[in-house]
Design a protein around this ligand. Structure first.
Ligand SMILES: Cc1ncc(C[n+]2csc(CCOP(=O)(O)OP(=O)(O)O)c2C)c(N)n1
Length: 654
């Protein structure tokens, strides 16, 4: 049970809120004076929520908040100097200036950070809760977000996901009535709390301007979630005392609304209600202002972050390769090889969990995870709702909290509905936190064109993802690499997307399981040949090998390099191919040609190996068109062996 002595007295709550107010006042002044660059979002009027909640949270609990989260950081015990330095983008900031006002975090205080994408923290919170459950920490996750976020799909998915798995999450909706410049009431019918109830959460409305009411409600919610009762939703009704952000002149806001906010805001109200005598309140305000002046003076003397450090902490050093145990060779299909890799990872790392749509009991729509739930249990291998944002977001949260989640996105095309969690969330964790938090997760998916697949079940996503700093991207083309790349991905300290191809699942190959461990990165040369080289990956590898075979019969020797990993990219292997293949290079991929990753390879070769090129780099990809369903139409668009052979013949002609 929540410790009743944890409840702050009115006077103590007032003091804590007064300091947050002084902090925000100073931040606003600094921004107006040009000492803080960019937008800041201040929590004027909402101080009672973090102060009330923090009083009843335990050290093992974790908190996520929005860009309006300075108050959460302070209430949870972050050093005010480091917090203000971060808001002011100084070297001594919590995140060394990588987060600024909207993304700051204090992991040592259980504050996993703010989020600048509305609603995005909620799926992440579910993953932190999965980790709390699995690691048996006894902790609960509190996810704070605004009322506007109730209209985000990510929030709905998170509520559904949390209920489906009975996760220990307390969702705290800080309802200040405004979604930026639009009254939330104009976008919502009925009560927000009823939405949560409809999802099956225990839910209640709380007076969010009273720190003790918040502490009482959050305390009860934490007890419920901690006791295994599942997630709780609290709608804390509060007020926004200032503009949405520092330069908001609130031209859209009725005067009456601003006046009502001033009457309800927690500091004024506690005085009005006589809960804090005027003299004591004045003294608290004075003390807060003096403390904040000292904080500001310290931060003002701090240098800006060293520009030489700007490239640090994007990804960690790859681990030193170890050993995967006794090596055994056998013939496996690609599908079975990935299954074997997942099995070996589940067997050797207790922190691995495997989940996604149909992944548990049914073993995946393509059978890749078949048998894993039976052998490793439904706690570690499980099915999820059809909620891609929640699947990916929870993977981010779980990875940040000590697990190694391997999640499946059934078709690569479906990742588009949840890209935020890959691009804005997973990719940022290490950098923004300077390595104090990381997200070692694996996203497995399959992509590509097969007969009859439609325009929404055939796209190649590698160029889009490999464009994003902070994530690693690999494409699996052989059974052997299905095993090795999957295990390397799980061992990697950063987020990895592994893309398989449906058409290759049943292709068998000799697979060595166990043996010396491999790490992420590195191309594989499949064939040597000095007349030209094909640089390829994924589904086009078999086609390139077939073309090379045909040309060998004509006396043209073509080498075939499978890049395997597009990020990190094996520049050495590319340079080596240019040098050893007479400077005649064909880049071949199944993705559409314009903006495909072939463009990057061609550009790199042109920039770095121009002198070694005999002819310009040639690219072949699928035609720039939506993929039709009829195989006859598809075959007219996808590069065939004939086209590759003809291109190589032309390329290698002296
Ligand atoms: C996904 C997304 N859409 C839009 C925005 C732009 N935006 C930033 S804050 C905000 C308002 C959110 O309102 P609410 O969730 O109620 O939080 P509050 O700002 O009131 O704390 C909007 C629309 C964003 N950051 N993320």
């Amino acid at each position: 049970m929540t410790d009743a002595t944890a409840m702050p007295t009115d006077a103590e709550a007032y003091r804590r809120m007064a300091f947050i107010r002084a902090f925000e006042d100073t931040a606003l002044r600094w921004s107006h004076d040009g000492l803080i660059a960019g937008s800041i979002h201040l929590c004027f009027g909402q101080e009672a929520i973090p102060v009330g909640a923090a009083a009843v949270l335990r050290p093992e609990d974790r908190v996520l908040a929005t860009y309006r989260g300075h108050g959460w950081a302070l209430a949870l015990g972050a050093d005010p100097v480091a917090a203000f330095a971060e808001v002011a983008q100084r070297s001594g900031g919590l995140n060394g200036g990588r987060a600024g006002s909207p993304l700051l975090s204090a992991p040592e205080q259980g504050f996993l950070g703010e989020n600048s994408i509305v609603g995005a923290g909620n799926p992440i919170a579910t993953g932190v809760a999965i980790a709390q459950q699995r690691l048996g920490t006894g902790g609960v996750v509190l996810s704070a977000f605004g009322d506007g976020a109730m209209n985000q799909g990510a929030t709905s998915e998170a509520l559904a996901f949390a209920v489906a798995r009975d996760l220990p999450v307390v969702f705290v909706c800080e309802n200040n009535g405004w979604s930026e410049m639009t009254p939330t009431a104009s976008t919502v019918r009925g009560e927000l709390v009823d939405r949560a109830r409809a999802f099956g959460l225990r839910a209640e409305v709380v007076d969010g301007c009273d720190p003790l009411a918040v502490a009482t409600a959050v305390g009860a919610a934490l007890d419920h979630a901690r006791g295994g009762g599942g997630p709780v939703f609290l709608e804390c009704r509060t007020v926004r005392l200032s503009g949405h952000y520092n330069r908001d002149i609130e031209h859209y806001r009725p005067k009456s609304d601003a006046e009502a906010a001033r009457a309800r805001e927690p500091l004024a109200r506690m005085r009005l209600e006589g809960r804090v005598p005027a003299a004591e309140a004045e003294a608290a305000i004075q003390a807060a202002s003096e403390q904040m002046a000292a904080v500001a003076a310290t931060v003002a003397a701090m240098p800006e972050p060293d520009p030489a450090t700007a490239l640090e902490h994007l990804t960690a050093d790859v681990p030193v390769p170890g050993d995967w145990g006794p090596a055994t060779s056998r013939e496996l299909t690609l599908q079975r090889a990935v299954n074997a890799a997942l099995r070996d990872e589940l067997a050797t790392r207790p922190e691995v969990v495997v989940y996604g749509e149909d992944v548990g009991f049914a073993g995946g729509i393509f059978g890749v995870s078949r048998g894993l739930q039976k052998d490793f249990g439904a706690e570690r291998v499980f099915d999820t709702p059809i909620s891609e944002s929640a699947i990916l977001g929870s993977a981010v949260g779980a990875a940040m909290s000590g697990l190694r989640p391997v999640v499946e996105i059934m078709w690569a095309d479906f990742s588009f509905v949840a890209l935020d969690q890959i691009v804005n969330q997973a990719a940022n964790v290490r950098y923004v936190n300077r390595g104090r938090l990381s997200a070692p997760l694996v996203i497995r998916t399959q992509q590509g064109i097969t007969d009859g697949a439609c325009a929404q079940h055939s796209q190649s996503i590698e160029a889009l993802l490999a464009h994003v700093p902070g994530i690693k991207v690999g494409l699996v083309a052989t059974a052997q690499d299905g095993y090795r790349m999957t295990r390397a991905a799980v061992a990697d300290p950063d987020p990895v997307v592994l893309i398989e191809h449906r058409a290759l699942y049943q292709v068998p190959g000799a697979v060595e399981t166990g043996g010396p461990a491999e790490t992420v990165g590195g191309a594989r040369l499949h064939r040597e040949g000095g007349d030209a080289a094909v640089i390829t990956w994924g589904a086009m590898l078999p086609r390139a090998l077939e073309a090379a075979e045909r040309l060998a019969a004509e006396g043209i020797e073509v080498s075939v390099l499978d890049l395997r990993w597009l990020r990190p990219l094996d520049d050495e292997a590319i340079a080596d191919r240019v040098a050893r293949s007479s400077g005649r290079i064909l880049v071949l991929h199944e993705d559409t040609t314009t903006g495909g990753f072939g463009a990057e390879i061609a550009a790199r070769i042109a920039e770095r190996h121009f002198d070694a090129l005999a002819v310009p780099v040639r690219r072949i990809g699928t035609a720039d068109i939506r993929m039709p369903s009829a195989p006859a139409l598809q075959h007219a668009l996808v590069p065939g062996t004939e086209e590759v052979v003809a291109a190589l013949r032309a390329l290698s002609r002296p």
